[in-house]
Design a protein around this ligand. Sequence first.
Ligand code: ATP
Ligand code: MG
Length: 139
Amino acid sequence: MATNRTFTMIKPDAVANGHTGAILDDIIKGGFKIVALKYTSLSDAKAGEFYAVHAERPFYKDLVSFMSSGPIVAAILEKENAIEDFRTLIGATDPAKADVGTIRNKYAKSIDANAVHGSDSDENAQIEGNFFFSAFERF
Ligand code: ATP
Ligand code: MG
């Protein structure tokens, strides 16, 4: 069942480079409503759990150490067709291939430090939102 919700993280590179406010502004101007928001960080173990689906990929270890390298911002976003529209707003995984004007085009430097995460399905959006937020922290 479509939930009209997606989950995002502003990754450690974008937070460290001071892009948090600009990215949240792009998200809001893109028509998304923030229904949960948290400034936090992932331990190595928690990052490994979050990206467990990529455990067999060659970049997994680097991805996990990068995602636990500094603070992140986690959020649940609401919009009609949220999953697909958010992935359009952020652009391709590799910022060099991301359309001009997308968040990754504007704020990401490389495929591993690519500024933001966006859920790839309704099911994963639910799982990922539950990973970070209790029922009392979402609206
Ligand atoms: P995310 O899940 O973070 O939104 P995505 O869905 O666009 O990104 P995935 O295929 O799910 O891409 O990969 C998860 C993350 O792993 C990517 O965001 C990227 O940081 C990293 N990654 C993916 N492919 C590569 C690669 N070939 N080399 C290095 N890092 C990669
Ligand atoms: Mg993904």
